[in-house]
Unconditional design. Structure first.
Length: 325
């Protein structure tokens, strides 16, 4: 009997041992509404579980339950979550806060472009209501800042990405049909001169084919080439009336020669794009986890989120420099 108890004892011991590696505390307050997650919470106590995110129910890391149902201390409710104390706390400073400024609709999250000469922020609306026109402008010269609707001349339908270059806003206009304000518009790169409100098309086709969406754009810091991503969301979300004619790809537009070149076609749904300051690495996010069928027989299906599909940032020209977050 004694022997048996001893055996049980050592068995329990090895079970506990299987749990070593948990960093204590897993998370802790390290500023006003700032929570630090220690060692990236690499080892969580059993039983832990995070339910998958769906379109209807989004979960975050803070929804993970640990140790048979305990919540991760404060992670869900913190305004700021820091994984890398050295970098994160330095960026946040000692008293970080955010301020609620304007009530906007659910789709005011695209193409923000700050025009320093005017001290104004231009941004897009990408869902009804009110739809894909007009855009919005925040006037930061006012105290408090004001938000108003903005229409360029001619109007640009559904900018999905934007950047400022050479005195102009460059927009990735992501929608198209034959009767937008009485005229035809197609997915295109457009410029807006914020002094005159005039817009001009730079590129609206690839050897005669319509682009699929033109999502985000970035200007190469050395060459001035305009790089842009072309996923397929505009068809899914009924912003264009023609199904995709081209694969998902990313392109480089040479403003002096006019040439448009495919730079990558390996990304599921290429979306955000950015360069390092020296232009040696381009980062493109792959949001393939949000996708849908493109076969016109399904109509415009909207898009759904599937956590098992790709959702990451792909750095080029190689993946060795992938940064920690
Ligand atoms: C996971 O979420 C789904 C709904 O998204 C829910 O039906 C299910 O009960 C959840 N599972 C657990 C274990 O919480
Ligand atoms: C979770 O419950 C199991 C079964 O009751 C137990 O063996 C385990 O030690 C518990 N884990 C924690 C961290 O309390
Ligand atoms: C084209 O888009 C405009 C703006 O959303 C819309 O009012 C119009 O009904 C669309 N026309 C067609 C033929 O889809
Ligand atoms: C451009 O649009 C803004 C906002 O609608 C307006 O205040 C401004 O006068 C316009 N500029 C010109 C040159 O028309
Ligand atoms: C862009 O076009 C210009 C003018 O034709 C040419 O000199 C330049 O090499 C091109 N850039 C690239 C990256 O090919
Ligand atoms: C997510 O994608 C996987 C792999 O393609 C598929 O088996 C699964 O059914 C999808 N889940 C949902 C909820 O659509």
């Amino acid at each position: 009997m004694k022997v048996l108890l001893l055996l049980l004892g050592s068995f329990t011991g090895s079970l506990v041992q299987a749990q070593t590696g948990v960093t204590h505390p897993i998370s802790e307050e390290c500023g006003p509404s700032v929570v630090c997650v220690n060692h990236y919470a690499n080892v969580l106590p059993y039983h832990f579980f995070r339910n998958v995110s769906t379109m209807d129910a989004v979960t975050t890391f803070g929804d993970t339950t640990v140790a048979n149902g305990t919540v991760l201390q404060d992670v869900k409710t913190a305004d700021f979550i820091v994984y890398n104390k050295e970098k994160g706390l330095d960026i946040l400073g000692s008293n970080p806060s955010y301020e609620y400024v304007f009530a906007v609709n659910d789709a005011v999250h695209e193409a923000p472009v700050y025009v320093a000469s005017q001290n104004k922020l231009y941004l897009s609306q990408l869902a009804p209501p009110p739809g894909y026109l007009p855009q919005l402008v925040v006037d930061l010269n006012q105290d408090p800042p004001t938000l108003s609707e903005y229409l360029s001349d001619p109007p640009v339908y559904a900018p999905n990405g934007g950047t400022f270059h050479d005195g102009k806003i460059i927009w990735g206009a992501s929608g198209g049909n034959r009767s937008i304000g009485g005229t035809e518009q197609r997915i295109s790169l457009r410029t807006l001169d914020p002094e005159t409100n005039k817009t001009t098309s730079l590129v609206n086709n690839y050897f005669g084919y319509y682009f699929n969406t033109i999502d985000d754009i970035a200007v190469h810091p050395k060459t001035g080439d305009i790089w842009f991503t072309d996923p397929q969301y505009s068809w899914f979300n009924d912003i264009t009336d023609t199904p995709p004619q081209l694969p998902c790809a990313s392109y480089r537009y040479n403003t002096s020669s006019g040439a448009v070149v495919v730079v990558d076609d390996s990304i599921g749904q290429p979306n955000g794009i950015a360069f390092t300051p020296d232009g040696s690495i381009v980062y493109i996010s792959d949001t393939a986890a949000v996708s849908a069928p493109i076969d016109p027989k399904y109509g415009h299906p909207g898009s759904t989120f599937n956590t098992t599909h790709r959702r990451y940032v792909k750095p080029g020209p190689d993946i060795l420099g992938r940064p920690e977050r």
